[in-house]
Design a protein around this ligand. Sequence first.
Ligand code: NAD
Length: 372
Amino acid sequence: MIIGVLKEPSPENRVSLLPEHISLLQKWNVSVYVEMGAGENAFAKDNKYAEAGATIASRNEVLKHADLILSISNPLMAETDQMSKKILFGLYQPLYNAPQIKDWVAKGLTVFSIDMLPRTTRAQSMDVLSSQANIAGYKAVLQASYLFPKYFPMFMTAAGTIPPAKVLILGAGVAGLQAIATAKRLGAVVEVFDTRPAVKEEVMSLGAKFVEVEGAADAASAGGYAVEQTDEFMQRQKSKIAESVAKADIIITTAQIPGKKAPVLITEEMMSVMKNGSVIIDIAAATGGNTALTKNDETVNYNGVSIVGNSRLPGTMPSDASKLYGKNILNFLQLIINKEGMLNLNFDDDLVKGTCIAHDGKIMNEKVGALI
Ligand code: NAD
């Protein structure tokens, strides 16, 4: 088999595989074609890929020769026009991208989208959502600390006392938990909201305060993910969040519901009473954002409050992000490539079945199928 690695379109800085990942594929008798400059923005030069045994080639050559094409973003529609029997493998967000998937099914492509990987214990080493969200949570706090015009930690000095920054975190999934840990390391006082009561203990073990809101919808059937809440719950939650927003210096919002628009948890009214110089980093921006004023990939200044819509934080640490992403991908590829380097699709494996979106002209994933 030949695996092809595409260069990502700007502004994506990450790459699906780094040179350090190539040697393992060669042990499985898999050859690797890498598009020229694919790793440049992740500090991996073409010569390093070549030294690791990859063939550096033009994009057209990669698309032509590779049996399995790795990319983080979708390849262009025109690029898939001439393809048949190829395997596309990436982070395609099919629940937000139904027309694209429909087109790929019609072309008979086999498509794997690693963001659809079931969240089970066995899947942890392949979970790109976790490895990348961990970076996003860490970097969100660092970005906030850079924009915030005050100290994070408390200081008691001869010239007076500086109080610690108050950080509010909405959503304690992978990103939120890392944001809590990072804000605590910098000395902030941290408050947290989540609709899943299961995270309360984790939040408290990181030294933050978990603000409980009674009556959240049970997410047990959603594989650990959040589900949409009733209007009544959302109203109750909003009034509690409003109290915390008014006190906060920094807010990190991470609340997402797979396949849906992110819930708006912070209204304009709430932001109108925030302190001048406060900072909101909204990492749910790409799916609509958790504030009423979030603009994806933009910073909005509202009454002296900076609202940063940034879902691209993993790409600001492209070397580490690609290192973890590539390792996640290699761990998954072991499920579908045998020791002779041949494709071996076992749809009795829940991880293969859950992650495969399309095969043989059919939609394979039930959640995606329901949208098409
Ligand atoms: P996510 O990015 O989908 O959402 C972030 C957080 O937002 C979640 O904790 C969610 O509960 C919260 N949220 C949603 N609506 C909200 C609202 N109205 N108010 C407040 N918070 C709200 O989540 P994620 O980081 O991908 O992880 C979700 C969960 O999946 C994890 O905590 C974990 O239980 C599970 N998980 C399992 C594995 C595994 O076993 N392989 C790996 C990663 C995550």
